[in-house]
Design a protein around this ligand. Structure first.
Ligand SMILES: [Zn+2]
Length: 247
């Protein structure tokens, strides 16, 4: 492995571990769920073990897994829902990172008759293409289940899973963290409207066009990643010596 590849590999390990801990702190991950991300070279990706605590995940504990699902580096067993990550990464060459979590607010929108999660807040423009719901409520353990889930996701960036959870995909680990925060904010906003008894008034097609005109995704992701990493360090969620501060 060249020193450049090694440096990228180490950075990705720190990003996955930090994002996982921050997502726990934000109430988006808990005792289960996981973040995966591709490694340079195109043959492997990083994912945590099934057993390691999401709240105390360490970069060196992450497993290197190939696209057959075989662990090529690291100790411990892959998560039970590895097939979800594996099949989405195989089906979506445009995606670098995958989050699977059991966000309560996301699950709520798979359990309300006649209610669909709409785009309410400006940042939800990310899911303009649609937020489908995967009909299989069971854990995604088998390759064929993972492939079916990847088909439900299609070319979209978010997939609700009936009575189970959420899958998000993005171009990087920081982008995935930011998307997860905004997904939760948007679901919260719609739930507040429903709970108030009012009728939701989602963003219109014209409004989405306006939002897209001013969208600065890369800048926004950098800003929020910096905020969450620094806050994580301050609150002792993320160790300060992982080389992530001041990014
Ligand atoms: Zn799950």
């Amino acid at each position: 492995m060249s020193s450049h590849f090694d440096a990228v590999h180490q950075r990705l390990r720190a990003e996955v571990a930090a994002a996982t801990r921050i997502l726990v702190a934000e109430g988006i991950l808990d005792y289960s769920g996981h973040v995966s991300t591709r490694l340079p070279g195109g043959e492997t990706f990083l994912i945590q073990t099934g057993l390691d605590s999401r709240a105390e995940l360490r970069p060196e504990r992450l497993l290197v897994v190939d696209y057959e699902g075989k662990v090529v580096q690291g100790e411990g067993n892959v998560p039970a829902e590895l097939a979800l990550h594996l099949e989405v990464l195989k089906a979506r060459p445009d995606v670098e990172s995958v989050l699977h979590c059991h966000m309560e607010l996301a699950i709520a929108f798979t359990m309300m008759k006649g209610v669909k999660l709409h785009l309410m807040r400006a940042r939800a423009v990310r899911w303009e293409s649609g937020i489908p719901t995967h009909p299989d409520p069971s854990h995604i353990k088998l390759p064929e289940q993972g492939a079916a889930l990847a088909r439900s996701l299609g070319a979209h960036h978010a997939l609700l899973m009936r009575g189970h959870g959420l899958t998000l995909v993005a171009e990087s680990v920081p982008a995935l963290l930011v998307d997860a925060v905004h997904f939760q904010e948007n679901a919260q906003a719609m739930m507040q409207v429903l709970q108030s008894g009012a009728e939701p008034e989602p963003l219109t097609a014209d409004e989405l066009v306006q939002i897209n005109k001013h969208e600065m995704r890369a800048f926004h992701i950098g800003k929020l990643w910096n905020y969450y990493v620094l806050q994580g360090i301050q609150q002792k969620v993320v160790p300060p010596d992982w080389g992530l501060s001041g990014t």
